[in-house]
Ligand binder design. Sequence first.
Ligand code: ADP
Ligand code: GLC
Length: 488
Amino acid sequence: MNILIASAELDPYAKRGGLADIAASLPIEWKKYGQNPIVIMPKYGFIDTHYHGFKPTYLVLYVPVGHWVEFAHLWYGTLPNSDVPVYLVENADYFNRWGIYGDPNEYLDNDRRFIFFSRAVMEAAKALGFKPDIIHSHDFHTAFTLAFLKSQYRFDYHFSRTAGVYTIHNLAYQGWFNPERAMEYSGFGMKEFYPGSWFERYGSVNAMKTGLMFADKITTVSPNYAREIRYPYYSEGLQDILNLRAGDLIGILNGANYKEWNPETDKHIYKNYTSASLEDKEINKRKFIEEYFETSENLDMPLIGMTTRLAEQKGIDLIINKIEYFLSNDEFRFVLLGSGERHYEDFFNYLAWKYPGKVSVNLGYNQVMSYKILAACDFFFLPSRFEPCGLTQMYAMKYGTIPIVRHTGGLADTVEEYNWNSGKGVGLVFFQYNADDFAFAIRRALSMYKQEPHWDIVRKNAMKKDFSASRSALEYLKVFKWALEKVL
Ligand code: ADP
Ligand code: GLC
């Protein structure tokens, strides 16, 4: 199958969250199954093309934008350690900037940037002579690709047997666009914009809805999130659309790329370890505390970590509510790596100031540190209010770091509470979005810590868990076949 992935993020070139990891790991797996995937993404200004080995193709794309035509160049490279082709769409006006979506605030022309990109994807496929069986777009940024596929390119021979699959990574970001602008740039015109049209939601253009309506099949990143979003609490206002398309909506659990996230081989951590050498995990903990907490006292205290976007979704409010109680009683150390909303950053700065030696706050994006945190910590916080899938709990488990999670989305599909009687389970789970329930889960974690044999068993259970990307990739291939049945 020729599979064209259109994504705004792709690891290791441009990453804000899990979308980048998934857009990179799926095509590598598909290739192993004999498929023929390519990935197309924007050429952002911060991508070091020389370092990553990208070369210009000298192809020029003519990209219709409204009633005029704009231009783009295509660059070519391959995903690291693979021969999966990656094409970067170059248009300096739109993408030669320091941010993916903003820097630090959202760019005001994101409607135009992503509509342009979505159209450029179609033109790139033609210019490359790549006839996709599947166009796989991800989240609202590339949703318009599917609208183009089903309208402007509907009778184009090049796409005559192409099905469109849309993957929802996060319904919280929908791409609300001004109709006059978006309908013009996309070339549909205001005649296609009326109450209830496939673009319209509450008087605005909603790119997420557009993707949902035009897709042949829709997937989302965990079976549980696929169920949850049929109800108002999780649907971010789109439950009617999701229910309308319910027959075509399938949850596929994300997979983890264990080539990259593996304590046995990880080159970034202080010392490699396996479930048979957990004493070496302690070395990671000690060195990490010495480096980032600048102390070598009380090394036995539990260390809890979190690597996250600082957004409301992630349950930061529960942490704010309870963490000082534990810290002031010297119950654990806490390390945060994250960036995002300013008020959360302010709180964590305050926390680091108030509890020196007990709290390490690292604001910003730091891939190397994210590996070190996984290796060093005893526990990992994920008290999310909602979580379409979540990758860090999967990574944490592989590193023998016990997740403390709320039972929601993909967290519920991947983490079950450790049972002291049966010795089964891998983490701590609480159900209501409520700070007391969260605190009680922490309490259970702290009492499990170093209580043998439980501490040993739970960590070994966690390290045995296998959420491989190849299983996930196979499930997508099945969905692609179903999608093709709709167009053949
Ligand atoms: P989301 O996509 O909602 O942010 P995921 O758990 O799916 O959540 O993916 C988050 C990814 O981003 C993980 O690979 C995580 O390690 C990474 N990440 C998040 N924040 C940072 C940061 N500040 N520095 C480095 N990596 C980060
Ligand atoms: C989104 C979700 C996250 C998911 C990721 C990759 O950003 O917030 O839960 O793991 O996409 O699918």
